[in-house]
Ligand binder design. Structure first.
Ligand code: GTP
Ligand code: MG
Length: 266
């Protein structure tokens, strides 16, 4: 991404929406930092330089969050492999990850009435780096959470167990916020990563419900909300039944029983 002055106007060259969002975010950060009130077209060369440096700073912070995702992802993949050798099956079905878009970071900062600065993002927004772990069975969720959070370099910051305490919508998932150190030439930086762990069935519901809500701009009628909640309850029954079948088969095959599991405590 580059900023250039051309015919009295600032030309911004960006690639894709992420960089556009990053530019918007950085502009706001620069505005709050330097007190620039003029339209971009009127900013001085020194302000453009300042803006460019804010953008670079922001991009480098996002790189650290990306590193946080990579670290946790690798740990999860190693755990899954280990599990395969010990219990002869993989608890993890798939892993998805995403870096929060700058537009979404900005929206969240504003909705919480926080100052638009990188410091405030770092201190208050814990889901810039997000990982979703889709497990096969309910027990696997707690096992994966437990094995990950018991690692010495992973600090458990927050636990929200929406499986034991589902959201009123019917949403079920185990949410963890962990901190992982990222080592740079200037030292170690603890980076928060939000991890959502759920079964394939819970994910199926959450993904469709999210799309339905999005399509209706969150204005879902009470009747439809009730029907979605019933679907969530039915899906949970299936999850419990599949868990039971799996446990029975594992026992019959004489596999070493996996450790009992409980919600991790922060
Ligand atoms: P946010 O500010 O939204 O991140 O809230 P929070 O920090 O209190 O986190 P929370 O534990 O409520 O989890 C938020 C995330 O969980 C959302 O970004 C969704 O991915 C997911 N989520 C929470 N509730 C629902 C729901 O009712 N339906 C679906 N589909 N997803 C949900
Ligand atoms: Mg979130």
């Amino acid at each position: 991404m580059t900023l250039q002055r051309k015919n009295g106007k600032i030309k911004i060259t960006t690639q894709g929406n992420f960089f556009k969002g990053m530019f918007k975010m950085s502009t706001e950060l620069a505005v709050s930092k330097t007190g620039l009130e003029e339209a971009l077209d009127n900013v001085s060369d020194s302000d453009i330089n300042e803006l460019e440096s804010v953008i670079r700073n922001f991009a480098s912070k996002m790189q650290i969050y990306r590193a946080g995702i990579k670290e946790i992802r690798t740990k999860l993949e190693i755990l899954d492999d280990k599990f395969q050798t010990k219990y002869a099956y993989n608890p993890i079905h798939s892993i998805e990850s995403r870096l929060k878009y700058p537009q979404s970071i900005l929206k969240k900062v504003k909705s919480k009435a926080l100052p638009v600065t990188m410091e405030s993002v770092a201190a208050n927004i814990t889901d810039v780096a997000g990982i979703r772990v889709i497990c096969n069975y309910i027990d696997d969720i707690y096992r994966v959470a437990d094995l990950l959070t018991s690692q010495s370099d992973v600090t458990l910051v927050r636990v929200r167990d929406y499986i034991k305490n589902p959201k009123p919508s019917g949403y079920k998932s185990l949410h963890l916020i962990v901190e992982i150190p990222i080592f740079l030439s200037t030292g170690a930086y603890p980076i928060p990563v939000e991890i959502q762990i759920r079964t394939i069935a819970m994910d199926f519901w959450a993904s469709l419900e999210h799309k339905l809500k999005y399509k209706t701009e969150n204005d879902v009628s009470p009747d439809l909300r009730k029907r979605l909640k019933i679907c969530a309850d039915e899906i949970f029954k299936l999850d419990c039944e599949m868990q039971d079948i799996h446990t029975t088969i594992q026992k019959r095959n004489g596999a070493e029983p996996a450790q009992p599991c409980s919600t991790p405590k922060a």
